[in-house]
Design a protein around this ligand. Structure first.
Ligand SMILES: [Zn+2]
Length: 265
């Protein structure tokens, strides 16, 4: 059973075994902020119960982006406010059902039928409070800044800044032994813009950065991830210009071959 890790007083992260997803919680005197919600209604209900173990303050949700493993659990929080970038609402409307089918197939192929059934029964909870650039949430005695740092992992990523702890969603990942995975790079990824988004994360001078997957990291880790993404973007430019073969780019890349291929495609 995972547990909350207190990153500073009232600011928590929690890592789940399923997809190694990491969520956040910031507790104020009047409200608490739940950062990402896990990937189904059942998983969201577990998370909501875990939040209630920490605080009785009513929750407000923020979605770092629309990908199902971060957003589908919002259904478990009833009619509580759901903050997100404006683009998150459109991305959910466009891609949620495709995501659902793809992952149901994947779970059934793995024999995980209860999880597939849970996903099938999960209503998609659309964001109710959206913004384009930034928003400031007053939780009572504590404010959290929500910022869209420009396109990166998606075109609608949001980071949540709570003091010197930054929740970065999938703009930062901490996979075992490295940073990004194949799943980090999808058809909705903006590789060329991603390093600038991480500059914005670093601009908040974080002591702790909580990634969308894996253990919290420090600013130096994010700086290395930024350098890796910058290198990948350069390699992709070479491949697209015809001055570099994919094989040569994969050989030169700072990330494992399968991750590099996902980033280049
Ligand atoms: Zn994602």
């Amino acid at each position: 059973m995972p547990d909350w890790s207190e990153q500073e007083p009232g600011v928590y992260s929690r890592r789940y075994a399923e997809l190694d997803l990491t969520v956040g919680l910031v507790v104020g005197s009047e409200r608490c902020l739940v950062i990402d919600t896990r990937g189904s209604r059942g998983q969201g209900e577990e998370l909501a119960a875990a939040v209630r173990e920490v605080t009785s303050a009513p929750p407000v949700i923020v979605l770092t982006h629309a990908h199902f493993d971060h957003s589908f659990g919002a259904a478990a929080f009833g009619d509580r406010p759901i903050w997100a970038h404006t683009g998150c609402r459109g991305a959910l409307a466009e891609h949620a059902e495709t995501d659902r089918r793809e992952w149901m197939d994947r779970y059934r192929a793995e024999g995980r039928h209860a999880l597939a059934d849970d996903l099938a029964a999960t209503p998609i909870a659309a964001p109710t409070r959206t913004f384009d650039r930034a928003a400031r949430l007053d939780l009572g005695g504590r404010t959290v800044e929500l910022v869209h740092p420009g396109p990166g992992h998606t075109d609608h990523d949001v980071i949540a800044v709570a003091g010197d702890v930054v929740f970065a969603g999938d703009l930062v990942e901490h996979a075992p032994g490295g940073s990004f995975t194949e799943e980090s790079f999808g058809p909705d990824t903006h590789l060329a813009a991603w390093p600038a988004a991480l500059d914005q994360v670093l601009g908040h001078r974080p002591r702790v950065v909580v990634p969308g997957h894996g253990e919290p990291v420090d600013a130096a880790f994010v700086a290395r991830a930024r350098a890796d993404l910058h290198a990948l973007a350069d390699l992709r430019t070479g491949v697209r210009a015809g001055t570099l073969t994919v094989t040569a780019a994969v050989d030169a890349a700072p990330l494992p071959p399968e991750v590099c291929r996902a980033a280049l495609s």
